[in-house]
Design a protein around this ligand. Structure first.
Ligand SMILES: Cc1cc2nc3c(=O)[nH]c(=O)nc-3n(C[C@H](O)[C@H](O)[C@H](O)COP(=O)(O)OP(=O)(O)OC[C@H]3O[C@@H](n4cnc5c(N)ncnc54)[C@H](O)[C@@H]3O)c2cc1C
Length: 389
């Protein structure tokens, strides 16, 4: 890449999502540069599973095949990290690489994946993806009928769910709660399903380097096993997207995209784990392909505008309402309804204790406002905003 080389599209991230998008765009005659820091999420795993027609292939071999296909259609793939992105006066994007090289593109696809935040337990990091796993769909079949320990972590619901899911692969599943306080019902459901629940903090993984004998609790108890599962928190690598001003979905905390991966910033798309933590390799590749088709259509519209001298409006993904807008909408829904409710029950409730009156209003009227009126107001708000764009 020479200084300020111009591209139609720069794709950041050469995992399944980025390479799949690169293939579609390069075949569609777009000039494409793909930049990758060389750290795909499933890199530590020896095999990739669940990708029909590619089941059992090593992740590195999968990416090498994909990269060769993309390069075969004229795209460039460069192994470097992207440090910053800014917008030029003409609307194009200036992408600064770690070497200081700056490349320019009309549109961007960010497919930068996510980071699994592994617990600070001795022995986990070096066995991650080979003996310590997170995904039953990726690795469960490979440990069929073996002794499995699930270590509880900060993502409580996922830890509990993992224990149940893994019980389908083996009748020797132990859930080491490691600080998770199960309700009586949760404990009963797991135990009734055949999961052994062991309380107590986990200290470390037991076994020679590259091997796994089990796990040790802080109180000295050892639980023998052949596989360990954890549910680490997942942090999207979305610093670049946020620096561009892409809106974040307040519910998920991930950058918001429409079904084609379009963000709230015109010209910027995102696909794969960076916006969808649940994406597997095959779905990340699918999302990359969908984004590529949307980007190509967007570029075509710009080309038609340039050729004809006519400018057409292009839709960008709807911004989810901000936390402030949601708070105001909720207040608008609740305040008049509570007032109306107050007057409606006043004739009957004149004799009631004020505490009872407040209780009736809050358990009947407030939930009605929240569940019936707030969603309708959100829809109206969304329509007003999109009609203004
Ligand atoms: C141990 C493990 C095993 C797994 N096994 C399976 C499996 O068997 N089957 C399955 O379907 N799924 C599996 N997964 C999930 C799978 O890894 C993801 O679904 C998939 O990697 C998502 O693809 P992606 O393209 O979104 O992100 P990634 O594959 O993570 O690619 C993102 C790329 O972006 C690059 N990048 C990030 N920031 C920058 C930057 N600033 N500049 C340049 N490049 C950057 C990264 O280096 C990386 O190469 C596994 C996950 C783990 C952790």
């Amino acid at each position: 890449m020479t200084n300020k080389e111009q591209h139609d599209v720069i794709i950041i991230g050469a995992g399944a999502a980025g390479l799949s998008a690169g293939l579609v765009l390069a075949r569609a005659q777009a000039t494409v540069a793909i930049i990758d820091a060389g750290n795909p999420r499933n890199g530590p795993a020896a095999q990739m599973h669940g990708f029909v027609s590619r089941d059992g292939l090593s992740p590195s071999e999968f990416l090498a095949i994909a990269r060769d296909e993309v390069v075969g259609y004229g795209a460039t793939v460069r192994y470097e990290s992207v440090e910053a992105i800014t917008r030029d006066g003409d609307g194009s994007f200036a992408v600064t690489l770690s070497t200081g090289v700056v490349a320019s593109a009309r549109a961007l696809l960010l497919a930068t994946g996510l980071k699994d935040e592994l617990p600070h337990l001795d022995g986990v990091h070096e066995r991650w993806g080979t003996l310590v796993y997170h995904c039953p769909y990726c690795h469960g079949f490979e440990v069929l009928n073996q002794a499995i320990v699930v270590i509880g972590g900060p993502v409580r619901e996922m830890s509990i769910k993992q224990s149940g899911l893994l019980r389908k692969y083996s009748d020797r599943v132990t859930f080491a709660t490691n600080g998770i306080k199960l309700t009586a019902a949760e404990r009963h459901r797991l135990e009734a399903f055949g999961v052994t629940v062991v309380d107590g903090a986990v200290s470390h993984i037991v076994g020679q380097p590259g091997e796994l004998d089990g796990i040790a609790l802080v109180d000295g108890t050892q639980l023998a096993c052949k596989a360990v599962f954890i549910a680490p928190p997942q942090r999207p690598n979305d610093g670049l997207l946020r620096s561009l001003g892409c809106a974040v979905d307040p519910n998920s905390g991930f950058v918001a995209v429409n079904p084609m991966g379009q963000t709230s910033v015109p010209g910027v798309w995102a696909a794969g784990n960076v916006v969808t933590p649940t994406a597997q390799v095959i779905t990340a590749a699918g999302a990359g392909s969908a984004s590529a088709i949307a980007i190509n259509g967007w570029l075509l519209n710009k080309d038609l505008d340039d050729a004809s001298g006519q400018v057409t409006a292009q839709a960008s993904a709807p911004k989810p309402p901000s936390v402030h807008a949601r708070a105001i909408i909720t207040w608008i829904a609740i305040f008049p309804l509570v007032t109306l409710g107050f007057f409606a029950i006043a004739p009957f409730a004149a004799q009631w204790n004020p505490v009872l009156r407040a209780f009736v209003l809050s358990v009947v009227v407030v939930p009605l406002a929240v569940y019936l009126v707030v969603p309708q107001l959100m829809k109206i708000y969304g329509r007003i905003r999109s009609s203004r764009r």
